[in-house]
Each structure stands twice: as structure tokens, then as C-alpha cells.
Design a protein. Structure first.
Length: 425
């Protein structure tokens, strides 16, 4: 086990003044002196792991909660389980680190799983098992599967998922800590759970499809966020809705030109079968509004346009409630999961017109055209009771890396988990 120390002084001797790391026979020292110390500490964790270390002990002075978590984000590996011994800090902070690691590790394992292993019903089962391991009999779950979705009017999830031999699922989880069936629902989480996205008949190129196991990242993120909030003492009733499907091509798949009629009366013309995430989330947001929850949060790997706008270090956030957006952004800074608000107004709803329905699900342009992320968020806003619920949408631009970089291993990052959990507390 490698001992890792922390220093705000520059390395000396053979390592050079600008070196990130210096080494002794059984230890390494992270030299984090810079304008962005947490990024530098995370980069050191990635570098140490990439050199083959799988077990470290954080020792010495300076290892506060934020620095230890930043190191772990870099040290976590894609194909191996790493062992980390936290430095001695406050007992409450130690519990928080362990809980955050447990939830982040679960999230990463779900997103990084192969699409053969992580199909809609498996995702739903794993989510329930994860939450029951944390909260036991305070968790109750219901699945609506396959043709039952159509019978219940959940047209979006059914349409997107019907082209696969593995049926689509809407999972509803009720976390009710007091066991009172009349207790009000304080918040509802909605997650996009597309376990593989081929693009449907708007077929993705191979290079764009190879990482599409990550398209259930929203579902994994809100599930992990609920678990993390529970670990921190969440005492209010919260519901979780996962909208799970595989978006595949088959003789039974939904097609361009189809018109979907949703339970709230909104009709949608399909002009791009690769804009499927918003179609399944629409069902989830209608169901969330039916709970009467005063706070609705959805999360999805929804648009490439968000990544173009904010890059891969930030999640994009949208909402019509400006104070809620401000709160989410402030929380993102506190937990070192950067998020940035992008434009959203009611009039964005008119930017995907259709002559055959109230709206189209996108625009017939690459990436949905200009302002694609805002237009997608506006589409979602049609399905939320924004008169009675505060609503925020996370477009998870920072949730996945196609390959390893100086701070992250390849695959899921977990960014967004603590931010969403914080909004529940």
C-alpha cells in the first residue's frame, strides 16, 4: 500500500519545480500548489493509479474532505477495484466520504456495464436492490413492463422500447421513511434509462454508438443521488421514476413521422428517433407531476448540444425557476461537481414546430439545430406541472468520458450525484 502525502510546496531535487508528484521508496507526495488545487490533486490520483497502484493510504497534514474526494475521483479505476484508506478527519466527514464512495462506485459500475448485461429490467432491479441495501423496508417499488405501459398510457417509454426483444420498463420507487401512506411527497426524481441507444431509424454512426451504454446515466445518477441523500439522513418522502428502454431498429420499432399522444394531451411528431430520451422522460415527468411533489428533478445524458455549450467538465442545468437554478449552481460549487445554467424560457417550446402535432420531438437538422439543448429542455417543460412544482433539468454533459484523460478514468464520472442529493436535503 502506497502512502500518499500532500504538500503545497513545489517539488525539489530531481523531480523539478513544476512536478505534480515526487516519490520516496514507499510513498508519494502530491504537490498541489496552483490556482486549481482540487483539479491538480485529482490529476495526481489518476497518475498514481495509471502507474499501477491499486491501494493507497492518505497520510499527513492537509487532507480535508474535499481534497480526499478529489484524489479518489482520479484514483478510481475502470477495470479494477481500488483500495483507499482515508486520512484521519472528523468522524462525520469520514462517514460522508464512505457513503459518497459507495454511491459513486455503484453508479459507475452501472454505467460502465455492457449493454448486454445492463438491459431495462436489469437496471430497474439493480436500482431497487441498491436502495433497499441502504434503506431496507422504507423502500417500495413497482414496475410497469412491456405492453402494460401502453395499457396505462405511457406511450413514450413504450414507443422507444418496443423495437427491442427486451421490454421497456417504468420503475417507481417510493422512499417513505416514516411509513405513512398519507405522507406528502416532498420531491420526485426522474431519470433517463436508455440502456443502449442505436439511434433507431435515425441510426448513429458506429463511432457515435460505441459508448451508448452510457445513455442510462441519468437513471443511475438520480438513483445514486437518492441513496446518498438517504445516507445523509433524508427524512422526507421522495419518489424516484426511472424510464428504461433500449432504442433499437426492428420491424416493430417506432418510426419517423409517427405521432405520439401523451396522457397530458400533448401530441408529438417524431422527426428524429435519436431524440428518444426526451420521449421517455416525458412520461416520467407526467408521473412525477401526478405525485404533487413541490420539487421535480430530472437527469439525462440528453443532448450533444449541451456538451458543445459547456464542455465535459460541467453539467448543464435548465429550469424556469431561476432561484432553483441558482441554488443548484451554488450547490455544484460546494460539492465540486460544476454545473452551469443554459437558457430556457417558455417560448423555447415553439422552436420545434410540427404541422401534424402540437410539437415535434426535435428539428430536422443535425443535433437538433441551433440551441438544441434549450429546445430539448423546453420540450420536457411541456410535461411538468410548473404551476405547482419547482422543476430543474440536468443535462449530464460531464457524466461520462469516452476515454481516459489526465483526471478521469474512461467511463462514468459520477458528476451530478452529490449536486442532486444536496437539492433533496
Amino acid at each position: 500500500m502506497l502512502n500518499v502525502y500532500l504538500s503545497n510546496e513545489e517539488a525539489n531535487g530531481p523531480w523539478g519545480l513544476n512536478s505534480l508528484l515526487s516519490y520516496e521508496s514507499d510513498s508519494a507526495t502530491v504537490h498541489y500548489r496552483s490556482d486549481f488545487p482540487l483539479r491538480r490533486i485529482q490529476q495526481a490520483g489518476r497518475q498514481i493509479q495509471s502507474q499501477g497502484a491499486l491501494a493507497v493510504r492518505l497520510v499527513g497534514e492537509g487532507w480535508n474532505y474535499e481534497r480526499q474526494w478529489a484524489f479518489y475521483c482520479g484514483f478510481a479505476a475502470t477495470m479494477a477495484r481500488v483500495d483507499i484508506q482515508w486520512a484521519s478527519i472528523d468522524e462525520d466527514e469520514l462517514e460522508l466520504l464512505n457513503a459518497r464512495r459507495q454511491c459513486s462506485d455503484w453508479l459507475r459500475s452501472m454505467v460502465n456495464a455492457t449493454p448486454e448485461d445492463m438491459y431495462p429490467q436489469k437496471l430497474a432491479q439493480e436500482a431497487v436492490s441498491f436502495l433497499k441495501n441502504i434503506a431496507g423496508d422504507k423502500i417500495h417499488a413497482e414496475e410497469i413492463v412491456g405492453e402494460e405501459l401502453l395499457a396505462d398510457g405511457w406511450i413514450g417509454i413504450h414507443s422507444v422500447g418496443r423495437g427491442s426483444a427486451r421490454p421497456p420498463v417504468m420503475l417507481t420507487v417510493d422512499y417513505n421513511p416514516k411509513g405513512d401512506p398519507k405522507a406528502p411527497v416532498s420531491a420526485c426524481l426522474v431519470g433517463k434509462g436508455i440502456t443502449f441507444d442505436s439511434g433507431g431509424y435515425s441510426l448513429k454512426p458506429s463511432a457515435g454508438m460505441v459508448t451508448m451504454k452510457c445513455d442510462m446515466g441519468g437513471a443511475a445518477t438520480v438513483t445514486a443521488a437518492l441513496g446518498y441523500a438517504i445516507e445523509q439522513g433524508l427524512s422526507q418522502r421522495v419518489k424516484l421514476i426511472l424510464c428504461c428502454a433500449e432504442n433499437l431498429v426492428s420491424g416493430n420499432a417506432y418510426k419517423l413521422g409517427d405521432v405520439l399522444s401523451y396522457k397530458n394531451g400533448v401530441t408529438v411528431e417524431i422527426v428524429n428517433t435519436d431524440a428518444e430520451g426526451r420521449l421517455v422522460l416525458a412520461d416520467g415527468l407526467i408521473a412525477a407531476s401526478e405525485t404533487g411533489a413541490p420539487l421535480i428533478i430530472d437527469a439525462a445524458t440528453l443532448t450533444g448540444a449541451a456538451m458543445v455549450a459547456v464542455g465535459s467538465d460541467y453539467n448543464a442545468i435548465f429550469g424556469l425557476d431561476k432561484p432553483l437554478l441558482q441554488q443548484a449552481q451554488q450547490l455544484s460549487e460546494l460539492v465540486n461537481e460544476p454545473a452551469w445554467p443554459l437558457p430556457l424560457e417558455k417560448w423555447h417550446q415553439e422552436y420545434c414546430p410540427s404541422p401534424y402535432a402540437y410539437t415535434a420531438n426535435s428539428r430536422v437538422q443535425k443535433g437538433g439545430g441551433m440551441g438544441g439543448a434549450s429546445n430539448a429542455a423546453a420540450f420536457l417543460s411541456r410535461f411538468v406541472d410548473t404551476e405547482n412544482s419547482r422543476w430543474i433539468h440536468f443535462d449530464l454533459a460531464a457524466s461520462f468520458r469516452d476515454g481516459a484523460d489526465p483526471r478521469w478514468a474512461a467511463g462514468a464520472t459520477g458528476l451530478g450525484l452529490a449536486n442532486i442529493a444536496g437539492l433533496l436535503l
